[in-house]
Design a protein around this ligand. Structure first.
Ligand code: MV4
Length: 453
């Protein structure tokens, strides 16, 4: 097992990884930017190294500084968390070349799944259902237009190098298509340095359902069932839950088997997530794979009892999976709300600043993953996620009641947070009924609340 893990991240996920290391008897190294000197991850770790100025490109994205920090402190592994360098194949390569273990999949796996057109091709090869569309990127409008016509409008144009909703455009007819095709290519080039785009039939009201998988170096792949992440705003997930209210045992078995098949085919090592779109008629399609631990992993931990971060570390150390392929039971229902330092009534504008009062919620089945505390200053430089509130109950109704109570008893003063907005969303009749899709928040604008005068 590793002796010392460097955590190449900040905020709540850095704390989460440090806690997992502690349990495994592994020492930890925190890296931090000049804006994060007072952060809890720095205080919790055994060692800490300042890696540069506040902007992420000068610190948390600075590969040379992170490798140097690992070498100076004698770390034998690096955990990238999520975001920052977590899905950077070059980083994984450099870590390995420096004789340090990368706690995650191989550079080739990160690269293959980072190319969304390639991921789609691999899924099709594994006979995992993909959304009807072009087999690969389309070269020009002459090739694209007939392809769009064959698919039937509406069609969606997606950047091959994209993902997470960037560089996507929907076209409802031929006229729109010509315009949006050119726009999508331009946007893809500007955002990803590649203008390769492919086409898919556009699904109007899908749910976002994803399967958590784990693979080890000994050829075992297991899935830990699904998470439903249908409540999103501009491709940012806000609320996730497990199991999905739209799931049946048959559908779970089919989607789980599809995810395991694709992961097995590429010999996947580590924790990963297969994202699917689920239609009302229960047809499902592979969308993309994330080759990292995800923000919403706690809902899977709460319903399966497995510690995904400890599993990641064990896998990277070459140990076989401890999760049995079939031998675990889903227990109850878990919901996660992402709490952001943002003002929902002002278009979710970030609200950094100093927290004056902090009173976390508690009680049975309540878990809070956070790095904030009274007196902490939320810096303006990074993602505005300040806490993940996760509740577990024996059934969805119990989890919902616990979430309601936990949100209403969660007091943060000094900055504006999305807590009141989240409370309104979970009380909405459609959410209570589990009847939401990826466009729920677009329709329910009143949930955003009134801006104060
Ligand atoms: C789609 C789609 C409908 N049809 N593809 C959004 C993120 C990126 N991974 C792909 N996305 C979508 N792809 C087809 N063919 C709708 C979305 C989509 C979406 C998906 C999941 C969760 C939220 C979403 C919000 C808007 C659009």
């Amino acid at each position: 097992m590793f002796k010392k893990v460097l955590v190449a991240n900040r905020g709540e996920i850095a704390l989460r990884v440090i806690r997992a290391c502690r349990e495994l008897g592994i020492a930890t190294v925190a890296v931090y930017s000049e804006a994060d000197r007072e952060s809890l991850h720095v205080r919790f770790a055994d060692d800490d190294v300042c890696i540069g100025p506040a902007p992420a490109r000068d610190s948390y994205l600075k590969i040379s500084q992170i490798i140097a920090a690992a070498e100076i402190t004698g770390a034998d592994a690096i955990h990238p968390g999520y975001g920052f360098l977590a899905e950077n194949a070059e980083f994984a390569e450099i870590v390995r070349a420096s004789n340090i273990a990368f706690i995650g999949p191989t550079p080739a796996q990160i690269r293959a799944m980072g190319d969304k057109a390639e991921a789609r091709r691999l899924a099709a090869e594994a006979e995992v259902p993909i959304i009807p569309g072009t087999p690969g990127p389309v070269a020009d409008i002459e090739e694209a237009l007939p392809a769009a016509q064959r698919l039937g409008y509406p069609v969606i144009i997606k950047a091959a190098a994209g993902g997470g909703g960037k560089g996507m455009r929907v076209a409802n007819d031929e006229d729109e298509f010509a315009r949006h095709f050119a726009l999508a290519r331009g946007e893809a080039l500007a955002a990803f340095g590649s203008d390769a785009v492919y086409l898919e039939k556009y699904l109007e009201k899908p749910r976002h359902v994803e399967i958590q998988i784990l693979g080890d170096e000994h050829g075992h792949v297991v899935h830990l069932c699904e998470r439903d992440c249908s409540v999103q705003r501009r491709h940012q997930k806000l609320i996730e839950e497990a199991p999905s209210p739209a799931m049946t045992p048959e559908l779970r078995a089919a989607m789980g088997a599809a995810a395991v098949k694709l992961a097995s085919r590429i010999g996947y090592v580590g924790a990963g997530t297969m994202e699917f779109l689920l239609n009302g008629d229960r047809s499902f399609y592979f969308m993309e794979m994330n080759t990292r631990i995800q923000v919403e992993h706690p809902v899977t931990e709460m319903t399966t009892g497995w510690d995904l971060v400890k599993e990641q570390i064990r896998i990277a150390a070459g140990e076989p999976l401890t999760v049995p392929a079939q031998g675990f039971q889903l227990r109850g229902h878990a919901i996660e709300c992402r709490v952001n330092a943002e003002d929902a009534s002002r278009n979710f504008q970030p609200s950094p600043g100093t927290i004056t009062v902090f009173h976390p919620p508690g009680g049975p089945g309540v878990r809070l993953d956070t790095h904030i505390y009274a007196g902490y200053t939320v810096p303006p430089y990074y993602d505005s996620l300040i806490a993940k509130l996760i509740v577990h109950g024996n059934c969805r109704a119990e989890a919902l009641a616990r979430m309601h109570q936990a949100l209403d008893g969660f007091i943060i003063e000094g900055i504006t947070t999305t807590i009141p907005f989240l409370s309104r969303v979970i009380q909405h009749p459609a959410f209570q009924a589990g009847d939401v899709d990826t466009r729920f928040l677009e329709r329910e604008r009143h949930l955003l609340g009134e801006a104060e005068a």
